[in-house]
Ligand binder design. Structure first.
Ligand code: PPE
Length: 309
């Protein structure tokens, strides 16, 4: 990770090296946090943050699941994100807001622990490697099942969820694959360890519904809209692992992963196909401010908005 200058911590900027917490913080022991992954992209109008408000609204919802009252409004956090990007002099970056239970007492009951908020930004290139964006990754169906609606609900992007993702990712990497795809308890495709999954079959897109225990991805929703504009219908329905093996194309979506083709699943060759490429190219046009959807999807600091109008 490339070290930056400043991190926003509980209401103001502190030096990167001073953004520290106590080792007995509740979140460290029990996973009691919720976070977001957001990307900011360089455009002709300056740095635009992709779906900033929507990400922060999801963060507020994730916290509500665990009765963590976020001490800052979505508007305050949005301004803080722009402020943190500017303070680190970055034109494009990954943005990581994290809300967590801090230091007061230990024991599973989190309710007496303070709720703290940090926002960090850093440059983060292609999540699964530059080559993956072109050629696609090697995916593996994990032997680990995805957390479910009555264990740890996927709809809240909580820190503790990612132990499930880590088990799957470790298994995939140790077996020589790039990424894990998890099935839910019913045996249907749920999610990648950090991405949503799409299959292309005869010119139509298929993706698991949110009831299948996938994260309701913001990139997923954006890609469905982009696909629609390009004339491709998306069907949300349960997918089996063989639906992926027999698909014409498979790709992953996520803030970090953007639109990444899947070249094979469990060694069944699929290859990066033309519809994935078209959607990926349009997605990059949108995020870099070169598409009619950019105006709706990218958010700029309020002062820039005033200058631009
Ligand atoms: N599923 C999972 C399990 C997931 O973690 C992500 C995001 C998505 C789907 C896609 O959601 P969205 O970003 O709203 O399109 N994963 C974040 C964290 C990755 C990490 O390694 O950290 C991300 O992409 O920022």
């Amino acid at each position: 990770m490339q070290e930056g200058e400043k991190i926003w911590f509980d209401g103001g900027l502190v030096d990167w090296v001073d953004a520290k917490i106590h080792v007995l913080s509740h979140a460290l022991h029990y996973g009691s946090g919720a976070f977001e992954g957001i990307r900011a992209y360089e455009t002709d109008r300056g740095t635009g943050v992709f779906h900033l408000t929507e990400h922060l609204e999801r963060l507020h919802r994730s916290c509500e699941m665990y009765f963590m009252t976020v001490p800052f409004s979505v508007e305050t956090l949005a301004a803080a994100v722009h402020e943190t990007i500017a303070a680190n002099a970055l034109r494009s970056c990954y943005v990581r807001p994290l809300v967590f239970r801090g230091y007061k007492e230990l024991g599973v009951n989190p309710l007496n622990c303070p709720v703290q908020v940090v926002i960090a930004v850093w440059p983060w290139g292609a999540y699964l490697g530059e080559e993956a964006l072109q050629k696609g990754i090697r995916g593996m169906i994990s032997s680990w099942r995805r957390i479910g609606p009555n264990t740890i609900p996927a709809a809240a992007k909580a820190s503790g969820q990612y132990l499930n993702s880590q088990l799957a990712k470790i298994e995939a990497v140790k077996h020589g694959y790039d990424e894990a795809i998890l099935l839910n308890e019913q045996g249907m495709i749920a999610d990648g360890s950090g991405e949503n999954v799409f299959a292309v079959h005869k010119g139509r897109l298929f993706t698991p519904p949110t009831q299948a225990s996938c994260l309701p991805g913001i990139t997923r929703a954006s890609v469905m809209r982009i696909a629609d504009l390009l004339g491709y219908e998306t069907v949300e329905r349960d997918l089996t692992r063989s639906d992926l093996y027999f698909a014409d194309e498979v790709f992953l979506t996520g803030t970090a992963a953007e639109v990444t083709p899947v070249a094979s699943v469990d060694d069944h060759e699929i290859g990066a196909g033309p519809i994935t490429r078209e959607i990926q190219a349009t997605f990059f046009d949108v995020v870099h401010g070169r598409h009619p959807l950019s105006a709706e999807y990218l958010e700029f600091p309020v002062s820039d908005r005033a200058t631009a109008s």
